[in-house]
Design a binder for this molecule. Structure first.
Ligand SMILES: N[C@@H](CCC(=O)N[C@@H](CS)C(=O)NCC(=O)O)C(=O)O
Length: 199
């Protein structure tokens, strides 16, 4: 299994999931400043030229949520994904998909000082609705599925961790406390120790 990664990219989130799972894999460092992601070989893997990318048994998986969901299912002993067809699985999917489809685009635009001219048509709506959604979806205690930590916390919590780190939008103390719980996880701390070192 190959993980194309840079610690200063969203690959830090998939790296954290790999650390939660403790599965052996080959880490391939992609230097974005040196345009390693612009090479024909890399573009063949991911025409978007973006990190992270996971290659496993000939399957190329891109997108943070897809990689995390795939790995959580592939290594069930770690209990990072609820059973298929369960109520918990429904909630789990919601967190996996809302993060990249809805929360991230709205926050990215907002942080760039742009508002979409037609938020009713744009799938991610507007920043006010997204902030309300974050506030409602962040758990008061524990994790998004209750006592059981899951890959949904890595995806959803991983984005909120970046939102706080870069001060992208104001958040409530409840969100801050959830991110503090995320940052307290041993696997998070090991994964993020690599951040900025290029290792
Ligand atoms: N939607 C993608 C976003 C990936 C992404 O934007 N990665 C950035 C780094 S954080 C990247 O590789 N940028 C390099 C580029 O666009 O040239 C995902 O969830 O994986």
């Amino acid at each position: 299994m190959k993980h194309y990664f840079n610690p200063a990219s969203r690959g830090a989130i998939t790296n954290w999931l790999l650390e939660e799972l403790k599965v052996p894999h080959e880490r391939i460092y992609i230097d974005l400043a040196a345009s390693d992601n612009d090479t024909p070989a890399f573009r063949k893997l991911n025409p978007m030229g973006k990190l992270p990318v996971l290659v496993d048994d000939g399957a190329v998986v891109t997108e943070v949520a897809a990689i995390c969901a795939y790995l959580a299912d592939k290594f069930p002993l770690a209990n990072l994904a609820p059973p298929s067809g369960s109520t918990e699985r429904a909630i789990y999917y919601r967190y996996l998909f809302v993060t990249g489809n809805t929360i991230e685009p709205a926050i990215t635009l907002y942080a760039s000082g742009i508002s979409h001219p037609d938020p009713k048509t744009a799938g991610w709506g507007d920043i006010d609705r997204v902030q309300t959604t974050i506030e409602q979806m962040v758990p008061k205690h524990d994790w998004v599925l209750g006592a059981a930590f899951s890959a949904a916390d890595v995806v959803f919590g991983g984005l909120l961790d970046s939102v706080l780190r870069f001060g992208l939008v104001p958040v409530s103390p409840k969100v801050g406390q959830y991110v503090a719980r995320i940052r307290n996880r041993p696997a998070y701390q090991i994964a993020y120790r690599a951040r900025g070192t290029g290792s």
